[in-house]
Design a protein around this ligand. Sequence first.
Ligand SMILES: C[S@@+](CC[C@H](N)C(=O)[O-])C[C@H]1O[C@@H](n2cnc3c(N)ncnc32)[C@H](O)[C@@H]1O
Length: 261
Amino acid sequence: MTEFKKHIETNKKAWNKRTPVHIKSNFYNNDEFMKEKNSLKLIELNAIGNVTEKSLLHLQCHFGQDSISLARMGAKVTAVDFSDVAIKEAKKLAKKINTRVEFIESDVLDLKLKKEFDIVFSSYGVIGWLPDLDMWAKTISDHLKKGGLFLLTEFHPFLELIKGNGYDYFYDSNPDIEIKNGTYTDGGSELVTKTCWWNHSLTNIFSALESNGLKLTHFEEFDYSPFLLDGMIKKEKGKYVLDKRKENSTPYVFNLKATKK
Ligand SMILES: C[S@@+](CC[C@H](N)C(=O)[O-])C[C@H]1O[C@@H](n2cnc3c(N)ncnc32)[C@H](O)[C@@H]1O
C-alpha cells in the first residue's frame, strides 16, 4: 500500500467513527432536517442556480443531508463518500424521507462512474482530506459534461493558518497528523481519532483544475463562516467569525466555479 493510501485508510477510520456522533448532533440537527429543512447554506445556494432536472454528482457527501436537499430541489443526484458508515446512514435517511439519491461508497480519487453530469458539487471541509488534487481534479473532469458546472464551496486555506494550529500554507505531501478528542460537532467527547490533513494553497487548487481541462469562471471569498466552529462567535444571523479575529476582516470560505472546456 502506498503512503497516500495508508493515510486515506486512517482518515476513513476517523470518518467512520465520527459519523454516528454527527447524526445525533445538534450541529447537523437531523430531526429538523427530516421535516423538509434544506441543509444547504445561502453561499452555495446562490451560486449553484437552478438544479431542476439536472444530473448532479455530489462528492464527499457525508451522511447525505446536502445530497438529499439537492434532490428535494429537483436535481437527479448521485452522491459519493468513502465512509461505508456514512453511505449506509445516507441510504437509510433518504429511504426514511422518501427521497431518491444514488449513494455510492468510493474514494473520490478512485471514482470511475463512466457517466458525465451537468453539475459536480462539493462543499465545506473536503479537499484537505485529499493528498493529491491532480487526481481530484481528474475525477471532476472525467465526470463533468462539456460546458457543465463545477462548484466548490470550501473553507479558505488561510483559515488553518489564522486559527494558529501551526499548519503550513503551501502543500506538503507529508500530511499534518492530528490525534484528537471529540469532533467538530457537539457530542462524541469519548471519541479519539487520528486524521491526516493536507492544506492546499489557492494556486494548488486553481492549477489542478486548469491542468485537467477545467476553466475557472468565478471565484469569491466570504468574510464569515456559515457554521459555528471551534473558537467562533456569532456576528449576525447565520454568520460566525473567530472570536480572536472579530475586529479584523478574515477570509473564511470561498466559492469557486469552473466549467469543462
Ligand atoms: C466535512 S465532511 C463534508 C462536508 C459536508 N458538506 C457535510 O457537512 O455534510 C467530509 C467528508 O469527506 C469524506 N471523505 C474524506 N476523504 C474522502 C475520500 N478520499 N474519498 C471520499 N470521501 C472522503 C468523509 O467521509 C466526510 O464524509
